[in-house]
Design a protein around this ligand. Structure first.
Ligand code: FEO
Length: 406
């Protein structure tokens, strides 16, 4: 229950959730954390709270430093329940002088908790608020992750409290970036971006440009999930700069589902074609790969090849569900192609092509269907589809113009 000091008189007082494995449909095999921070100044300030079941952990950590009833201000950077679930009970206990939030945060708090009587203090973007020795500055970050989201920056300590942005769903005994395995950290950070922020990439791009333009010195980035970036905040800023433009790394993914293994046979033949063209690839069977793990791969893939047989004039439900999920997140800048086996109607390839067209993928093949079980010649066509994707990708990487065939 010990709080952790980030800087002199600034503490992490949040909670580690070792249990959660599903975060509204996102697989969280490594759990998560709900970070909250306490600033001891003339005005004692709590930045964010935690998910409701973790209220007592938060309070125990605060009590190690100060009586919670002495807290003056509560900053609500983001209203989603994982950060505000215990807010009504905390406000009832603390009776703060101010509940600080953005204009949209005020609206969202009213719609969540229906409490007109809280002492709201709505801050405008760029507004400063003195705590005594320290000054808080507020940056509006709409849609990162909700309309109400904002960042809080402590000028004197150069700490950016970034709410959901730059987070990771990662439960650890460590609290800082330099204390954990870097590969695990960057994978969880990428998976988090892929599943939570891909859709808002244009806003991430603008935000990073704005932070650069403001020339804001950032010594530390403290997100509301996962570890705090104290050793190398530039690492996560650089990663976000790459991810927000959906830059691929020249590789391909074959994402498929299969009924009687015909589409799986096709997938492996497509992979052979990619290999012929020197393309690195991954085969991702949706029966064994969770959609949110697949999205972590999609984030920096250059080509997406979808495979699915036809069922009831449509796609298998796992592929349909995956496409609905991926379309919602809107990855861009991908080369696409589709294949699948069928019995008599064979709509799945057309439906996958339509989904990729909607996402503005560059389709380099009209799609390949095989009736029932592929024979040698049909598998050779699958190899050729893989080669076509590989050649298109190599052209793209060489800076040549590529066009959709559909
Ligand atoms: Fe971690 Fe959008 O809440």
């Amino acid at each position: 229950m010990k709080p952790i000091e980030l800087a002199e008189n600034i503490y992490w007082v949040g909670a580690v959730d070792w249990l959660t494995r599903d975060f509204h449909g996102y697989s969280t095999y490594r759990g998560t954390t709900y970070n909250a921070f306490l600033i001891m100044d003339e005005k004692i300030t709590l930045i964010d709270t935690v998910k409701q079941p973790y209220k007592s952990e938060l309070l125990h950590r605060i009590r190690n430093i100060v009586d919670p009833e002495k807290i003056d201000y509560i900053v609500v950077n983001h209203v989603e329940m994982d950060h505000s679930g215990c807010l009504p009970e905390i406000i009832d206990l603390v009776k703060p002088e101010k509940v600080i939030c953005s204009k949209m945060g005020h609206k969202a708090l009213l719609k969540h908790f229906h409490r007109e009587d809280w002492p709201y203090h709505i801050v405008n973007p760029g507004e400063d608020l003195s705590l005594g020795k320290r000054t808080l500055s507020f940056l509006e970050t709409r849609m990162l992750h909700w309309p109400d989201s904002m960042f809080t920056y402590v000028k004197e300590d150069q700490i950016l409290f970034s709410s959901d942005a730059f987070g990771q769903h990662l439960a650890t005994s460590e609290r800082f970036d330099d204390e954990v395995n870097q590969d695990v950290l960057m994978y969880e950070c990428a998976k988090y971006y892929a599943n939570i922020l891909t859709l808002y990439s244009p806003l991430v791009k603008k935000l990073i440009a704005k932070v650069q333009e403001m020339n804001l010195p950032i010594k530390m980035i403290a997100p509301d999930h996962g570890v705090i970036w104290r050793a190398n905040p530039g690492k996560v800023l650089d990663a976000y700069s790459r991810w927000c433009v959906h830059e691929g790394r020249g590789n391909a993914l074959i994402i498929y589902d299969t009924m009687w293994h015909s589409t799986e046979m096709m997938a492996k033949a497509v992979a052979d074609g990619l290999q012929d063209e020197g393309i690195s690839y991954r085969l991702l069977d949706l029966r064994v790969n969770h959609r949110s793990d697949v999205m972590a791969d999609v984030l920096d893939a250059s080509a997406i090849i979808l495979g699915c047989p036809t069922l009831n004039n449509g796609m298998l439900p796992r592929m349909a569900g995956f496409l609905m999920y991926m379309r919602g997140l809107r990855p861009t800048n991908k080369i696409g192609a589709a294949f699948g086996s069928y019995g008599w109607s064979g709509e799945a390839v057309k439906l996958m092509n339509e989904a990729m067209k909607e996402m503005k993928f560059t389709l380099c093949h009209e799609g390949l269907r095989v009736q029932y079980v592929p024979e040698h010649g049909e598998l050779a066509q699958c190899v050729e589809l893989g080669r076509t994707v590989g050649r298109t990708l190599n052209d793209f990487l060489a800076g040549k113009e590529i066009r959709s065939v559909l």
